[in-house]
Each structure stands twice: as C-alpha cells, then as structure tokens.
Design a protein around this ligand. Structure first.
Ligand code: F6P
Length: 494
C-alpha cells in the first residue's frame, strides 16, 4: 500500500500522534539459516498494508515474535524496522510453548475460530486455555501501556485479542482504542454456547470503535451484547453500545486489497508457462483454489463437486484442470490434521478415477508460491472456486478479481463468504453444501459467453479497485478519530 492515498485528515492526525498496532503475527521475522540471520516478511495483505502507515507515523507494532532468531537480534524484543530503512519499532512478545498451547492453538483456534465461524462441533472452550489466553492478552496489554503516550491511537487486530482492550482501558482510561475483527461474528444462539461469552464482550466493549467486515456481523454482535451483557444499552439504529459513561461504536468496513499492486504483479509476463510446466498443469482450461488448509474453506466439498462435474461431463477430461494451492495450517490441532487427510484422500480418488497417462484432473501445489507465481496463477485461471463454508471476507476472491487484467475469468463464490456481499451480484453464486448444484455451477460458468464473462468481471474489478485497502484504512481510521472520547487528554500513560 502507498500511504499517499491516505486521506488528508488521516495523514494529519497520524503525523501528530503515535499509532500502536497489536497483532498476533508480526510484519518482519528474524530467522537463522545456515548460521546467518535473515529477515523475512510473512505473507499477508494486511501486514503489508499497515507497514507503510507505520513507517510514516513512527509508531510501535506489538506482535508475537515467532522467528527463531527474533530475540537474538534484540534481547528485549524491541527492534527497529524495516531493517533496511528503520522507521518504527517492532516490539516482540516472547511466548512459551505453554502460552502457544493455551492462547493460540487452544482458545484462539479451538474456541473462538470455530465458534465465530458458526461451527459448533469442533468448539472447545476449555477454561484452562481461557486462563492462558487471558494471561497472554494481559502481557500484550502491558506492552501497549508501556508504549502508549498521550493521544496514542491503539489498533488491535483480530480474535486473538478479545480481552486486551479491557486491560489497556483500566490503565489508560483516555486512550483511543480500536479493534478490527477479521472473522465473522456468530448469531446469538451460536455464541451462547461459549462459557466465557460475557467476559469476551466485556473485553471488546472497552474499545471506542469495533469494526467487522459486514453489516450482518455487526447485527449479530449487537444482538449478542443485548442478550449477554445486562448493564449494556444497545442502540441498533445508531450501532452503538452504551455502558456507564462509555460508548462503543460498532461499524462494518469490508477489508480490501492493494489492487494496484496486485495488478502490477499479475502483469509480469513469462511466469505462467514455467509454472504450468513445473507442476504439470495440463488442459486448456484451468480452475484454481487457493487457501490455507482450514475446515472453514470448503476444500473437500469443492473436490466432491469437481468429481461430480467430471462424472457428468466426461468430455472435459484432458481439457479442464483444477489447481489446489493449499498451505498447511495449524496442523497441531486434530481437526486440521483430519482435514488434511480428507483432502489427500479426495484428491487421490479423483485423480485415480479420471486421470490419464498425460493429464491429472487435480494438480496440488502444497508450497506457498512466490508472489509473482501466485498472481500468474490467478491471472491465467479461467475460474476461481471460492467455496468457503463460512468466511469473514475471503481475500482470495478479491485477489483473483484484481489479477484478471485480461478481464475474462469467472469467480464462483460461496454465498457464505463475506466477500459475497460485495461481489456476489456478478459472481456465479454457489452453496458448497450442495454438491450437485456446485458441479452444475462449474458447468454453467464454463459455458458463459465471452461478453457475459467480461461484463461480470468488469463490474467486480470496479468494486475491488474502488474500495481497496487504502479506502478501507481511511474509513477505519477516520471513524476511530470520530470516536475520540471528548474529555481531558492531558494525562500521560508512558
Ligand atoms: O482470517 C483470520 C486470520 O487471522 C487472518 O488474518 C490470517 O491471515 C489467518 O487467519 C492466518 O492464521 P494463522 O495466523 O493462524 O496462521
């Protein structure tokens, strides 16, 4: 992202105050390779997007130091970044095995992740994990309070920090606190299974501004507050919650991508033919699926639909290839391990049933592709299959659209992905739970005329370009500034 596109109001506000970002993943990691310390930038549009803003504000970014040499470069965890032109501080939190077990693998990813995605079966809200989650949230909050000075804008990212805002609020009552919740918020009758429901809402209501991707998640959140927090007054029309003398504003701003940069990457020529040859991507027509291997993404459901498609459309054998690019994720959790086995078995089955000596219907790429290869794959894929069972947004859908510089691909998009609210009208909508209808949707997408494909894609490209990462950031930060508590800010918290 280029900060020249931030609004004048945001630029002015940020030049006069410190921005403190709090996230689980860090923007730079130090690792040891062959005796040398190297720096890498973990993939992820958001970290890449916030980084230039941090460089401009000279703020502090607080995150888990997960690089194996992170604490070799700075024992206290504080390091100036970017490494080649240091302009802000990355303050790393060192988490022990037990911390990770309870906070990351436990409460964040076995309680909150499935709960917020409305998947009750794998939910495990273990009180012991919650205590570790609370302790880690407290440590992040302490790091915030240590950094914060008068007027700091503190911006929490995601579901790893449901309690930290309350801890910060206790120490710094006048701080301006904002949080972006990157995953869905469930309905009240799903949320009520959580024994820590009230404690989490108490933590989140310490924010001045709480942002979700869609209006539906905002509605769900307000409903949960109304049902769970006895002393809260919910104003659904104004989308605010009042408690005592404090107000939390709740808004929907759908996360966008850096469309300009995506287009640039997709424009690089000569990458696709090498990639196709290296992985044996045969067939004239290509469909892609790009995901972390997560049970919310609907990957086995997608493979089932592809299998049905080949059963019913044998003429496409040898012509149509599906490329599954899925990197392993959270593998220490049993439900993820089980998913990986299901995906392996399903791919083998389809390739055995329909593959020929020269052609495989499903090509899997398990490694994380370098950016220029990933964007070449996006550009040259005739179809993108985004079949999430539930997804906060799904940036793959937006990245595919922005990469379609030739303008003729078709996005098949689950109605249960947050991106559907913006792109659904011009996508081929799918319900990943209905194998037959999903297979027919693939067939329909392949038979759309060139004019119709181009018209749909042009409309989607307009949306993705107009409401991009920069526009989203302006909305979040301007709204945060509007939420500034109107009282004396003369107390320093440093
Ligand atoms: O979608 C929520 C999210 O936290 C994203 O922001 C992030 O890209 C993804 O999950 C990665 O998860 P993890 O950090 O657990 O690998």
């Amino acid at each position: 992202m280029n900060d020249r596109q931030l609004s004048p109001r945001v630029l002015e506000a940020l030049s006069g105050r410190e921005l403190i970002v709090v996230s689980n993943r860090q923007p730079y990691a130090h690792s040891r390779e062959d005796g040398e310390i190297t720096v890498s930038r973990p993939a992820g549009g958001l970290t890449a997007g916030i980084d230039p803003v941090m460089q401009r504000t000279e703020g502090t970014w607080i995150a888990w130091g997960d690089g194996d040499a992170d604490f070799e470069v700075a024992e206290d965890g504080r390091v100036r970044v970017p490494p080649d032109d240091p302009s802000y501080t990355l303050s790393r939190i060192d988490l022990s095995e037990e911390d990770l077990e309870g906070y990351y693998y436990g409460y964040s990813n076995q309680a909150l992740w499935p709960l917020c995605h409305g998947m009750i079966y794998p939910v495990r809200c273990d009180g012991r994990d919650f205590e570790r989650y609370r302790a880690v949230n407290r440590r992040f909050a302490e790091a915030v309070v240590e950094e914060a000075e008068k007027g700091s804008l503190i911006w929490f990212q995601d579901y790893h920090f449901g309690l930290a805002p309350r801890f910060v609020r206790r120490e710094a009552p006048e701080a301006l606190l904002t949080q972006f919740w990157h995953i869905p918020w469930p309905t009240a009758n799903t949320y009520e299974v959580c024994p820590q429901a009230e404690a989490l809402l108490d933590g989140l209501l310490a924010n001045d501004l709480l942002v979700f991707h869609t209006a539906e998640y905002v509605e769900n959140f307000l409903e949960c507050v109304a049902e769970t927090v006895p002393d809260a007054t919910v104003d659904r029309d104004r989308r605010i919650v009042r408690r005592g003398d404090r107000t939390t504003t709740v808004r929907a701003f759908p996360l966008g991508i850096d469309a300009e940069r995506t287009e640039e990457l997709a424009s690089e020529s000569g990458v696709w033919s090498d990639l196709a040859e290296r992985y044996g991507i045969g067939g004239q027509t290509v469909a892609l699926g790009v995901d972390r291997l997560d049970y919310t993404k609907g990957i086995p459901e997608r493979i089932d639909a592809i299998e049905r498609f080949f059963e019913e459309n044998p003429d496409w054998r040898g012509e149509f290839t599906y490329v599954q690019n899925g990197s392993a994720s959270r593998s220490e959790i049993a439900s993820y391990e089980y998913l990986q086995q299901r995906v392996d078995t399903a791919i083998q089955r389809v390739n055995r049933r329909f593959g020929t000596g020269e052609w495989q219907p499903i090509v899997r790429i398990d490694e994380m592709l370098p950016e220029e290869e990933l964007y070449a794959l996006y550009r040259h894929s005739d179809l993108a299959l985004v079949s999430a069972l539930r997804d906060g947004m799904n940036l793959v859908a937006k990245e595919y659209v922005a990469s379609q510089i030739d303008g003729d691909g078709v996005l098949l998009l689950s109605k249960f992905a947050g991106a559907h609210a913006e792109l659904g009208e011009d996508a081929v909508t799918i319900n990943p739970f209905d194998t037959q209808a999903f297979a027919e949707a693939i067939e329909r997408a392949l038979s759309l005329s060139a004019a119709e494909r181009e018209e749909r894609m042009a409309a989607q490209r307009r949306r993705v370009t107009e409401y991009d990462l920069q526009a989203w950031m302006n909305d979040v930060l301007e709204t945060a500034l509007d939420c500034e508590p109107a009282h004396d800010r003369s107390v320093t918290h440093a």
